[in-house]
Structure formats: C-alpha cells, structure tokens
Design a protein around this ligand. Structure first.
Ligand code: UDP
Ligand code: MG
Length: 318
C-alpha cells in the first residue's frame, strides 16, 4: 500500500531558500519512495514581497508534486500552518520552515518512528538556539519556563513546529478554529501519542529572521493568554494578599496611635505604598485587558487569512 506525505512550507520573503529546500526535499523523496511514500509539497506564501511566489509557481509548473497557496498580505506563520493543514491531502502531514532550520532529512528518522513504533506524532525539540542572539535566547528560555508552568496543556521546552503527524491528528487540529493561534499549543492540546526527538538546530541558510523582538513578545503573550487563565487568578491572589497586609497595617497604626499618639508621621512611606499599589492595579488591569482584547478579536470572526492565488480549488480552502 502507498501513502502520501504532505509537506507544508511557510514562506515569507524566502527567495534565496525556495530552490534549496525544494532540492533537499527532492533528495529525501527518493528515499521515501523506498518506504512507499509519495509526497506533495505545499508552499504557503505569506504575502512575500520578493520573488518567492514567482519561484514557487515556476516549481509548480515543472513538478506536479508542488502546490502553492499565496495570501493577499502577510498574515503570520500561524496562519500559513492552518492554510497548509486545510490544503493537505496526505495520510501523513509535516510542516517546516523554508530556511532549512528544519532539515528535511530528519523526516527519515521521524518516519522510522511513526512506521515502526506506536506513535501518532513525532515532534522535534531543538537542543540549542545558536542562530539567535543572547536577548532572544534569554526571552525564549523564560517563555518556555513560564508557559510550561502556567499552561493547563503540557508544553515541551524548545519544541519546533516541525513535526510529523498522522491524518487523524490533522483532522483534530482542523476542528480548532480560533483566531488567536499558537500552533505548538494547539498541537499539544489535541493530544495523541507523541514521541520527541532532539536535534541540533542548524543556522538559517539565507536571509534574516522574520521575527522582531516585538513580534516575538506578542507571540508569547498570545500563547500565554491562549493557554492559561492563571494570570487572572494571580490578580485575585495578589489583591487578597494586599488587602490582608493593609488590614494588619491598619491594626498596627491604630495601636501605635493609641500608645504613642503619633498619627501623622510616615507620609513618605505612605506615598510609596500608594504608588506601588497603583502600579500593581494598573499591571493587572493590563493583564485583564489582554484577555478582553483576545475575546474582542475572537468575536469579530474575521478570517485567519485571505488567499490571493492558489493552484487548487479555492472554495474549499477559504
Ligand atoms: N514566516 C512566515 N510568516 C511570517 C514570518 C515567518 O511564513 O510572518 C516563515 C518564514 O518564511 C520561515 C518560518 O516562518 O520559513 C520561520 O521564520 P523565521 O526563520 O524568520 O523564524 P525563526 O527561525 O527566526 O524563529
Ligand atoms: Mg528560521
């Protein structure tokens, strides 16, 4: 029996990498054929403004295994993953970055697990983040620690989006239609038996990262807001602790006034306490605001992406 593997590739201004990744996949496809696995390659162009789309279309003309979806503007990587999953027809599906940081040859190891062991998903965990600067590495480290502790769904440190999944996993993922998407969390949310493989994250082949610190920060906030409501519980807890401290302070001040008759001294410390408490209140107002803004975006029910061009029947994929 023959199987089909759908390979989803997210591309945003990756003109220097398109042919390279295609060639790498083509090499692997010969080895996959021995395992009776055919491939389809789905390039999802996230509104690139360089020649990426032209190059993808050229490949699609030359090789019938290549397909493409092109967005009307940049909607972000999470949207490309969703579009690719909707489009994928394979019995197995994988998604990878176009910059070769998710090496196609890992697919052979992943298939070795999924075909011979009883797993539905094979995920990859990066052993290092050498390609990224110290600030990003620090924030990434903090992010995985925070999300790991707060999330009600188990999260794996340094997990990549790159993973191999059976069709039933994809079907489950497609039932999650939320607007604010954190794909790694969604993959973990649907569950299924997962095996993690570790690998050295190679450097980006060409071009620069598309993630600014600002973009990464909002990605992190999105993930936390999407997968835990614990910050809201923390607001109540901090409020309770402060009320308790205030209560003790009031008792202390009453006793002090009655014994030493010194009711007015200590205003500088009072000013500090007021500023501190206002800061805490504003901080948690901001936390609540984050949740409300996400509810606002969800209720609008805007499409997660808009397709400008594709070589498939568009109606099915909007
Ligand atoms: N990407 C995308 N849309 C975006 C940003 C990135 O489709 O808005 C793609 C990008 O082309 C690449 C992958 O997502 O294939 C990962 O992006 P990048 O390498 O910049 O991220 P990093 O490796 O720095 O986390
Ligand atoms: Mg990259």
């Amino acid at each position: 029996m023959k199987y089909l593997l759908s390979i989803i590739i997210s591309c945003y201004n990756e003109e220097k990498n398109i042919f390279l990744i295609y060639e790498e996949i083509d090499k692997i496809s010969k080895k996959l054929k021995d395992l009776k696995i055919d491939i389809e390659i789905i390039f999802v162009d996230d509104g690139s403004i360089d020649k990426s789309l032209d190059l993808i279309k050229k490949l699609a003309l030359e090789d019938e295994r290549v397909h493409y979806i092109s967005f009307s503007r940049n909607f972000g990587k999470e949207a490309t993953i969703l579009a690719g999953l909707k489009y994928a027809k394979g019995d197995y599906v994988t998604m990878m970055d176009a910059d070769l940081q998710d090496p196609p040859e890992m697919l052979l190891k992943m298939f070795d697990v999924i075909l011979n062991e009883d797993y539905d998903i094979v995920g990859l965990q990066a052993l290092n983040h050498k390609d990224y600067g110290i600030i990003r590495r620090f924030f990434t480290f903090c992010f995985y620690k925070i999300i790991g502790h707060l999330s009600s769904v188990p999260m794996t440190p340094n997990e990549r989006d790159y993973r191999l999944m059976k069709k039933k996993v994809v079907e489950a993922l497609l039932t999650l239609t939320e607007y604010n998407r954190y794909s790694k969390g969604l993959f973990n949310f649907v569950g299924f038996k997962t095996k993690w493989l570790k690998y050295e994250l190679p450097k980006r082949k060409n071009g620069k990262t598309k993630w600014s610190i600002k973009k990464l920060f909002s990605y992190g906030i999105n993930a936390i807001v999407g997968f835990t409501t614990k910050p809201l519980v923390l607001a109540s807890l901090v409020g309770f602790i402060f009320c308790f401290i205030a209560f003790l302070a009031i008792i202390f001040i009453i006793i002090k006034t009655l014994i030493w008759k010194d009711p007015v001294s200590g205003w500088p410390s009072l000013a500090c306490i007021i500023v501190f408490c206002s800061g805490i209140q504003l901080f948690f107002l901001g936390v609540i605001g984050e949740y409300i803004s996400k509810i606002y975006l969800e209720t609008k029910q805007r499409p997660i992406y808009i397709i400008n061009e594709t070589d498939e029947d568009e109606e099915n994929y909007l």
